[in-house]
Design a protein. Sequence first.
Length: 472
Amino acid sequence: MAGADIRRFSSDRRGVRANAPLAAAAGGFAALAETLILPQIILAYFVGQLTVSYVAVGFVAAIATGVWALGRLPVAMLTSTQRRKQPWALAAALVRAAALALLALVTFRADAAGSVANDEGLLRSFFICFVAFAFASGFASVPTEALIAKSIPNLTRARFYRQRAWLALGFAILGALVVVRLFEQESGAGLRPFALLFLAATVSEVAVAVLLASLREPQRVAEPRGGAALSAVRMLPAALGDGGFRRFLLFRTLLSLSAIVDPFLIVFALSRLGVSSAAVGVYVLVLVLSMAATRPLWATLAMRSGERAVLQVSALLRLAPPLLALLLPYLAATGFYRDRFPAALTVAVLFGIAFACLGAAAAGQGRGNFGYLAEFAPVRLRARYATLTNGLLAALAFAPVLGGRLVERAGYDALFLTAAVVALLSVFVSGALTNAFVRNRHAAMPRRHVQGSTPPSAFATGASASGAEEIS
């Protein structure tokens, strides 16, 4: 009987060698699609073309993160008793592709009809499609990672995640270059550039679905089970009794609230600074390259000073975008500036620093969030702390909606000043975070292999183009 079980297990594992390159390619195409519709820049600009409502622009960022998190909630209930995860991951990928295809179709039609400003029908269609896309993306994240955990052997999984991360980075840079080229060629072409981007993202999502369908899912290998959300809620009183965790939650609250400014930066640059639409693609490229270039720097800083230092520097970088947006218009209006610099070009270049800081801060937060919890939280409570933190971040995802209301009532200066003050407070509060690096420095060395074999989504995906940030 034991020999029969061994033979069935061996047969079940046959053909899984192709899973790693297929899954890595799926991750690359997913990163490409997310870059082509980068919510903080591309979709915020798109909505800004359709309406004068800043609240609507704020909803873009809220949906990208908040609805994504909501999409993860029903997964455990629907899939926990299902041995096969591939059908769920594939279905969600197809929903994403269908939502983008429909969005591309209605945008092409609106462009052909000459509709741009105050097109309520197109705006409504956009939000319906984007909500479906974000919800399906959040839903897909759980069965997709479970499918990968089953399909990639433990011994090669760490190498697979590294390869997938580099491939996703390469695809993201490729997507940014496509955006640069498209907005250069189609500058002033109405909605056509957006329609082409939505179409390209649809093709990428179809490729993701095809690659996921090509994976061979072993039937006799159970996926790792995470902590249940309900048990995490029951642990809330005990978790809040930890002073170090309370300080971390306060810090993450302030750092997340400083992101109220993010979707309005591109709208402000185009409407108030006189930046041309051709710069939109350049800002996407700057953000992606900044994320890529700073990841080795964050790793070095974490190795030398701990994850607390990574979070502190990330908070400091969050100060730059609102301060730059607040001061640059006044600087550009001075005679000293106008006499020495070509105003239009230099304002566009200087404002690119804001997006470089956003990309660097996102990469730092992506590394530091779970890394810091891993340093100071007890091992038995680490997953519960992470789940509670995710719940908080999901609630705070709707802060940009309040940012839009603030712009409508008090103007851009009030928004930028508020975001700068909140970011500054997060810098001060970061000094109160528990410094567990020295205490855990030597004990953490053996954990590197364990962490390396954990899916990237189990740390933080602040670098995700969708704006979704996760710790699990």
